[in-house]
Design a protein around this ligand. Structure first.
Ligand code: ATP
Ligand code: MG
Length: 449
């Protein structure tokens, strides 16, 4: 491996203090695969306090786990002391982290052979103690040592195997896969956050089909995404290609080709899950009324369960809720503006990507799913800077206080005025709006009497 001058100098400082420095894990794997860009993980036989003695500027990044960040010549290097993680009694956390002096011990605790390379930074030599070169050449993910033992130590590794097949387009070695099937139920011992991290990386990978098929085959999908798993039972009926799970995977593959952001990818994978709960037989065919509404709620609860951010949860839920919009040229300009407000200007582009993915995964969708005409209408509306939010109204709460008082009525009236103006932009005039506000309040109070 070609080692940069800075790394050579860094490693020579370790050497002159009697220690070694290695680059490990994904960075070496990706270098061998000629894939650029990576977070670099370093490992050494020096203990954290020994590293800190060697350099003036260090940060205790994860001192308990032996990780120190060294700031050196404008770069920052995360360096972790060789360690073993002994006795996992809960399939989740090592009971203790033990620092060791041997690289071999450190490499043995890693998950897969292709993740257990080390590059000696003093000479660029790549060390492969677990047959990683062969597995990399053959495109194979293989647990180090006894797969059953490795998955028992940390059940997240089962999910990681699926994730790396998504990332690299690799298949999973047979014994490793067998152990995954056997131990997939233990994934429930792993925290939702760790699962989410691997799941989202699996979804946001070049070969998501491989990861998802692995999840399905090993039982992980039924546990982690049961509603998606149930989509297998819903047939396409000439509308979708194959069953609904396949439709979702095709949509996600399309999102990957379109380089869609993660939330659109998640929405692609889940957009029709509501069909699981809304399927009805009407005597002639199955119907799925309001599946986008139910599906949006289901997706939101999946995102919450995975402890994703509220923003990601809301974005995914919104995209799914709106994915069935059926535009017709008879829509008024007001209807277009109302739609822009409902979806949110900032979400329109993602919604159109999702709908494109849905179309690409479908045999035939009605003409109303072609977005060209709708996009044109939207652009036309937006080009005239329409009133879309309360900020754009010519009156505010203060202007209304004489009419509405200071209570909750103000908000209610403002909202009603906004709706009026979205429909009829010419009403956005202070005098007119105050008049309308008086009318609204009169109506409201006479309603009470
Ligand atoms: P990516 O480029 O996708 O981040 P990576 O190989 O860097 O791939 P990380 O999850 O960042 O993957 O982990 C870094 C390294 O740490 C791995 O290559 C592996 O050697 C080791 N590792 C991470 N998680 C585990 C685990 N749960 N069990 C064993 N080893 C692990
Ligand atoms: Mg990494």
């Amino acid at each position: 491996m070609i080692v940069s001058e800075n790394l050579k100098t860094l490693s020579s400082i370790f050497k002159s203090n009697g220690f070694s420095l290695y680059l490990v894990g994904g960075a070496v794997r990706d270098y061998l695969l000629k894939k650029p860009g990576h977070d670099f993980d370093f490992t050494t036989d020096a203990r954290p306090e020994e590293i800190k003695k060697m350099f003036r500027h260090t940060i205790d990044t994860g001192i308990k786990h032996g990780t120190v960040t060294v700031l050196f010549k404008g770069g920052s290097y995360e360096i972790t002391t060789f360690r073993t993680e002994s006795d996992y009694s809960d399939s989740r956390h090592p009971d203790s982290v033990t620092f060791v002096r041997s690289l071999s011990e450190d490499l043995k605790r890693r998950d897969f052979t292709i993740n257990a390379f080390a590059c000696d930074l003093s000479n660029g030599e790549i060390i492969d103690e677990h047959g990683g070169f062969d597995d990399l050449k053959n495109g194979v993910i293989r647990a180090i040592g006894n797969p059953r033992e490795r998955f028992k130590e940390d059940a997240l590794r089962i999910m990681r195997a699926a994730r790396f097949s998504s990332k690299l387009g690799f298949s999973i070695e047979e014994e490793t896969k067998k152990a995954m099937k056997e131990l997939s139920p233990t994934i429930t011992k792993v925290s939702e956050e760790r699962i989410r991290e691997e799941l989202f990386r699996l979804i946001d990978s070049p070969f998501p089909r491989l990861g998802l098929e692995t999840m399905e085959e090993t039982g992980l999908m039924e546990i982690i995404l049961p509603d998606l798993y149930k989509c297998k039972a819903i047939e396409g009926e000439g509308y979708h290609k194959e069953n609904l799970l396949e439709h979702h995977i095709l949509a996600l593959e399309s999102a990957e080709r379109l380089k869609a952001p993660l939330t659109v990818k998640i929405a692609s994978l889940l957009h029709d899950i509501g069909k699981v709960k809304t399927e009805r037989w009407n005597g002639q065919k199955f119907t799925y009324y309001s599946h986008e509404i139910i599906g949006s709620e289901m997706a939101a609860s999946i995102m919450s369960r995975l402890k994703s951010s509220n923003k990601d949860r809301d974005d995914v839920a919104l995209l799914i809720r709106e994915h069935m919009i059926q535009y017709s040229p008879s829509w008024s300009d007001g209807a277009i503006r109302r739609m822009i407000v409902r979806v949110g200007k900032e979400n329109l582009e993602n919604l159109f990507i999702l709908r494109e993915c849905d179309r690409n995964a479908t045999l035939a969708l009605p003409e109303s799913f072609n977005d060209d005409a709708l996009k044109e209408r939207i652009n036309k509306e937006l080009s005239s800077s329409p009133v879309l939010t309360l900020k754009d109204l010519k009156v505010n709460g203060k202007d209304l206080s004489d009419i509405t008082g200071k209570g909750p009525l103000t908000g209610k009236v403002l909202k009603a005025l906004l709706e009026m103006v979205i429909d009829t932009p010419s009403l956005n005039d202070k005098e007119l709006l105050l008049e309308k506000a008086t009318e609204l309040v009169d109506k409201e109070t006479s309603g009470i009497n």
